[in-house]
Design a protein around this ligand. Structure first.
Ligand code: FBP
Length: 306
């Protein structure tokens, strides 16, 4: 029986076919948070994005792709997101155990560009063949490569939806006209989330925003209309508002490994601001498995209001 929360979320996607809705339902209906309308997803593409030693050195069990499937399943996550090679490496062993998101583009830290882009590293056919529920695609609003990334997302998103797959967009502002602080500025975060929604994302993933306001024109409006941004929960609410007033699922990423209390504070702010959950990578897989599972379960308990 579908819960009211899930029914409401599915009602937001007014132009999607049954396959897409079934896959969104699969993600919302799996794990400890099944049917709550909240999600905790494990993303492991850091081997590509940051390199293997930076990613898995702190907990060498993570060099084995099977480890991340097990972590996501044992912790009761809603889904596991990773690039093609990692999903392929556990495809048979874990077939049907947890909804998968094929991360379909990636960047690497061996080349540092002021205006970064990503390469296409997977395909819709691969996602279907692996039994995935969704594709995951990163955009870098602010990069001079962003226009091309939007073009590609438009095409791949359309192809994915026609094939019955959901679309998850990682929206990470960066580029030479955005300051380091500006990458997580609350005005920029809202803008990045809005662009992802306008490009047809079902689920949007952004970093938690800071109180900084980057763009003068936006700053003026924040100040004149007194958009509240003093607390993390208020800033989450601004991002939720920017996601079609809550008509799209928005989840927030965990960032570099930090203390457990800070991770729980983030989850409380996401819950109180009306966000749909977390996508926690390094804070999970860089801890020993038992500790990581306990942390993910506590995050889930926070979302359940326990
Ligand atoms: P974390 O929880 O480890 O931050 O993972 C979230 C994530 O989006 C990963 O999917 C990705 O590899 C990483 O952040 C990219 O972060 P950045 O581009 O800022 O280094």
């Amino acid at each position: 029986m579908m819960s009211d929360q899930v029914r409401k979320i599915l009602s937001y996607y007014e132009n999607d076919n049954a396959g897409v809705l079934a896959n969104i339902r699969r993600m919302l209906g799996t794990g400890t948070l099944a049917d709550t309308g909240k999600l905790v997803i494990l993303p492991v593409d850091q081997g590509f994005e940051h390199g293997p030693s930076r990613s898995f050195g702190p907990n060498p069990d993570g060099y084995d792709p099977h480890y991340h499937f097990e972590l996501a399943i044992e912790a009761g996550c809603n889904a596991y997101a990773a690039p093609y090679g990692s999903l392929e490496a556990g495809a048979r062993t874990f077939a049907g155990e947890i909804p998968l998101i094929l991360k379909i583009n990636n960047n690497n830290a061996l080349l540092s560009l002021k205006n970064p882009g990503q390469s296409i590293t997977g395909s819709i056919e691969q996602a279907l063949q692996l039994g995935c529920a969704a594709i995951g695609y990163t955009i870098y609003p602010g990069s001079d490569q962003a226009q091309g990334m939007y073009d590609t997302l438009q095409h791949l998103g359309e192809e994915a939806k026609n094939a019955g797959l959901a679309v998850v967009v990682w929206s990470y502002p960066r580029g030479e006209q955005i300051s380091k602080e500006g990458e997580t500025a609350v005005d920029v975060a809202g803008y990045a989330a809005q662009i992802a929604c306008l490009l047809g994302a079902h689920f949007v993933k952004v970093k938690l925003p800071s109180e900084h306001l980057e763009q003068a024109a936006a700053k003026k409006v924040f100040e004149e209309t007194k958009i509240p941004i003093a607390t993390q929960a208020e800033r989450v609410k601004h991002v939720v508002d920017s996601c079609f007033g809550g008509r799209r699922v928005v989840i927030f990423s965990g960032g570099a490994k930090k203390g457990a209390d800070a991770v729980y504070d983030d989850a409380r702010a996401i819950r109180d601001g009306g966000g749909n959950g977390s996508i926690v990578g390094r804070n999970a897989f860089q801890r020993p498995k038992k500790e990581a599972i306990a942390m993910l379960q506590k995050i889930m308990a926070i979302y359940k209001g326990e």
